[in-house]
Design a protein around this ligand. Structure first.
Ligand SMILES: Cc1ncc(COP(=O)(O)O)c(C=O)c1O
Length: 440
């Protein structure tokens, strides 16, 4: 393998790149990565084309647009690929996601994503040769105001790659909110992958970490008994609530003075931006690294991205490989992710889902229920305990009415249907009227 790679990079790759008649094909019908230009399905991925796609999503400086494909034709073909006996093509509609409030990770990839996948380039991203992947990374770097970006497979991988990239040698600590995903839901990754101590802080205002919280718990001294804070890791949104941009700036300014690196778990930063809390670039500029997810509210099937400066991303690429995250034909992932960014985020679909979330919260509060957190983006936290209802009971009642919930946290993603909201209203009535509690 080593010798293959050595030969490929030393002899074959330069040869292929310098041979003018050989161009990468964008189409699945191609058997090999390079074919003669006479193919009808060829797209000419010149460096200029990749740069333009990366900055405005279009090859002719027009408005952002996915790659040119015949959607009907793609869907027709996809339908013929549906397993025998299946009546629907799962790509053609949200399906069960329309009735699923458990999380925004259940959002179903769209026909546009299928079209983009069908027309993606199929080159190798470990060799950093795939134009669709590179264009996505450049596009995200541009949108976030960072010099570089790296596609990764999941939000967890994004956070862990970023932390491992920042943290060089123990003793070192990561300071974060005690409810953070990196603390609660990443299988102890900071400890096992980075050997890091995690200082999990309870915000005094019960909403978000402030500079005062950070100052109180950050370890700055060189005493051999202490474990110095090397990274402050914030999460935005956290439980659907937003850390204000002004607070991110205060913490970033202080951290910069103390030589502490700033990471943001921005799996749902798109939602904070859609809520009007600040621009994507403004938030991202407060951090040395940010991870963002394509597979939650944006609806892509797979993928996240990490942004940072060139040196950081170079090392992150190395760490990603070490964790087994080097991808070969990554265009399959990048193409759908790109559609999620252009159509769901920039297309304004998230704002609509925030309105629906407020509607759901209003239904609950209208019946006298209380919320555990304010509704600031796409999550509604019902206080079930306050009305004496067990989570299991709520899930059972919802299930009987044909909607899926996971305890009192409702995630109102953009594929939730009006019918689902109506059904949920029925469940709320049963819960609140049936128990008679939680009024006022
Ligand atoms: C805030 C946050 N960060 C990171 C992740 C991890 O994402 P993934 O499930 O893609 O690993 C999640 C998952 O839901 C999340 O909610």
């Amino acid at each position: 393998m080593v010798s293959y790679y050595f030969h490929y990079s030393k002899y074959i790759s330069p040869l292929v790149k310098s041979f003018p008649r050989l161009k990468p094909l964008h189409h699945w019908t191609s058997r090999a990565p390079y074919q003669y230009q006479k193919s009808k399905t060829r797209l000419n991925y010149t460096p200029q084309y990749v740069r333009t796609m990366a900055t405005n999503g279009s090859s002719n400086n027009g408005p952002p647009s996915p790659p040119v494909v015949d959607k009907e034709d793609v869907e027709k073909k996809a339908n013929t690929l549906t397993p025998a006996g299946t009546k629907t093509n799962n790509w053609s509609k949200p399906g069960p996601a329309a009735f699923d409030f458990r999380s925004d990770v259940v959002t179903t990839p769209t026909p546009s994503m299928l079209s983009a996948i069908a027309s993606t380039t199929l080159l190798d991203d470990v060799f950093a040769e795939d134009p669709t992947t590179t264009a996505l990374e450049t596009r995200i770097a541009t949108l976030t105001g960072h010099p570089a970006a790296l596609l990764v497979l999941s939000g967890t991988m994004g956070n862990q790659v970023a932390l491992r990239t920042h943290l060089l040698a123990p003793p070192h600590a990561v300071l974060c909110d005690h409810r953070s995903h990196i603390v609660k839901h990443e299988a102890g990754g900071p400890a096992s992958l980075s050997g890091a101590f995690v200082e999990a802080v309870r915000p005094r205002n019960r909403h978000h970490l402030t500079l005062e919280d950070v100052r109180k718990y950050a370890v700055l001294d060189e005493d051999v008994h202490s474990c110095p804070t090397r990274v402050i890791s914030l999460e935005n949104t956290l439980n659907g609530t937003v850390i204000p941009l002004s607070e991110c700036r205060r913490i970033a300014h202080w951290a910069g003075e103390k030589g502490i690196r700033m990471h943001l778990d921005g799996a749902r930063l798109w939602e904070a931006v859609a809520s009007g809390a600040g621009e994507l670039e403004e938030f991202c500029k407060c951090f040395d690294s940010v991870s963002l997810c394509f597979s939650k509210g944006l609806g892509a099937p797979i993928g996240s991205v990490v942004v940072g400066d060139e040196a950081f991303i170079r090392r992150a690429r190395w760490v990603r490989k070490m964790l087994g995250g080097g991808m070969r034909q990554a265009g399959v992932v990048a193409a759908a992710a790109r559609v999620g960014v252009e159509e769901t985020f920039l297309g304004g679909r998230l704002r609509e889902s925030h309105e629906s979330a407020r509607r759901v919260a209003g239904m609950w509060q209208g019946l006298g229920g209380r919320l555990r957190y304010p509704v600031e983006t796409n999550m509604v936290w019902l206080d079930l305990e306050g009305v004496g209802v067990k989570e299991e009971e709520f899930m059972r009642l919802a299930g009987e009415r044909g909607v899926r919930v996971l305890g009192g946290r409702l995630v109102v993603h953009y594929q939730i249907s009006d019918a689902a909201i109506e059904r949920l209203g029925g469940v709320m009535e049963m819960v609140l009227k049936g128990n008679g509690g939680g009024r006022g």
